[in-house]
Design a protein around this ligand. Structure first.
Ligand code: V47
Length: 396
């Protein structure tokens, strides 16, 4: 007896069972209303169990957005400010180091740093702030600068992506976040963020980062003017780069929040589209180990449900997040560890605290260490060596 109500879904299930990859047409079909969400979720859940069993990862992290002043005017962004806008701010060294001190006080393992591309701030300022944080708080992993920021630094200095990334690594950069990917397809990208790094430039910078031994994450901003074709095309481009480098740790689908943006006439995506996108990502991205249900933008209820639709990562405690809260996210400013663990257990999964590179963390209050210690040199080891040590893509 077939396990799925639609013969085409049955074929896709057989394809996955046989270890064959899904293509554009499969992805488009999975986005069609013909496919029942729960059946799609069931398929994605099987893949999730193969990759990560019932483990659901979280970390203790803080955010730092050193400035919101930005030369770009992406139509989906509520965070940015013009140079002379009264909302605009730039943090000084004291404020930046205070955030580091707070991170240390609460026992955070990671600081996620992204911000605007300030018209007047020089490249040295961006390198300097990584350096002062790393020098003062060497245990704190600095996950910083999207590919769009790295591209801007190249533009400012005339340096190559490799040279910029080498400067940042020398200053203390630990990894790169996946923001700025938005939707790669030029039909959409030209309308929502026409001037910033394009798809090839974004992918080139991640490729370069991976070659230098940095692990990165990747994202997709959905639920605005794009359609299913653009989303599946985006996923396939990420999968192709991952085939080349193996450097992406996690994919994070980012649900668009319209408030206070130039796209405020749009509705925010439904939980239905959120779960469908999580599930399809899990099925298409067969080479990326983790899919994140970012509770800040999904809301805790949908994020919890997403754990049964392919997601295995809940993000973290997230203090000082501004990008989504400026765009109307009504989720809390932060969640404490016991709430995160409760939400994960309530959904039927096992919470695992991880560091940025998905190594299990052993914690006693705010003091922590890695379950399996790694030499300091690991941060900048070539990826090929590191990949051999990283957790396997599939787990029994
Ligand atoms: O690139 C901006 C998105 C991204 C809005 O790497 C918006 O682990 C929704 O990339 N509504 C930055 N989204 C944040 C980001 C991220 C977040 C969490 C974890 C990780 C990770 C990365 O936020 C931007 C853009 O795609 N964004 N404005 C908005 N109104």
């Amino acid at each position: 007896m077939p396990s799925f109500s639609h013969p085409r879904l049955e074929q896709i299930a057989e394809k996955l069972e046989a270890g064959r990859r899904l293509g554009l047409e499969d992805g488009l079909f999975l986005y069609s209303p013909e496919v029942h969400l729960n059946e799609l979720g069931r398929l994605a859940h099987q893949v999730r169990l193969k990759f990560n069993a019932r483990r659901t990862y979280y970390n203790i992290n803080v955010h730092l957005n050193p400035t919101n002043v930005c030369v770009y005017r992406c139509s989906f962004c509520a965070f940015r400010a013009d140079l002379r806008d009264p909302r605009g701010y730039v943090m000084d060294d004291e404020q930046i180091l205070a955030r580091g001190a707070e991170a240390q006080r609460i026992g955070a393992t990671e600081m996620h740093i992204v911000g605007g591309l300030h018209h007047q701030r020089k490249y040295d300022w961006y390198v300097h702030l990584i350096r002062i944080l790393h020098d003062a708080y060497p245990q704190l992993h600095l996950k910083a600068w999207t590919a769009v920021e790295i591209h801007w630094f190249c533009h400012m200095t005339g340096k190559t992506a490799q040279e910029v990334l080498e400067d940042m690594i020398e200053a203390g950069l630990g990894s790169m976040p996946g923001g700025g990917a938005e939707i790669f397809h030029p039909q959409v990208r030209h309308q929502i963020c026409e001037h910033k790094a394009d798809a090839d430039q974004w992918l080139h910078i991640h490729r370069t980062a991976h070659r230098l031994g940095l692990r990165t994450t990747c994202t997709m901003l959905y639920g605005h003017i794009e359609d299913a074709y653009h989303r599946v095309d985006h996923l396939l481009r990420l999968r192709a780069l991952q085939d080349e480098t193996g450097g992406f740790l996690t994919f994070i689908p980012l649900a668009f929040h319209p408030d206070n943006t130039r796209l405020s006439h749009l509705k925010k995506p439904s939980a239905f589209l959120d779960l469908r996108t999580i599930a399809i990502s899990r099925l298409i991205l067969d080479n990326i180990p983790h899919i994140k249900a970012y509770w800040v933008m999904l809301g805790v209820g949908t994020a919890q449900t997403a754990l049964s639709y392919g997601a295995d990562d809940f993000d973290g405690t997230v203090r000082h997040e501004r990008i989504y809260h400026d765009a109307g996210a009504d989720t809390p400013q932060a969640l404490d560890v016991s709430s995160i663990c409760h939400l994960i257990r309530e959904a039927g999964f096992e919470p695992v605290e991880r560091d940025t590179l998905y190594r299990p963390v052993v914690r006693n209050g705010t003091c922590w260490h890695l379950a399996h210690s790694e030499p300091d040199s690991a941060r900048t080891q070539p990826l090929a060596n590191k990949l051999a040590e990283a957790e396997p893509l599939t787990s029994s």
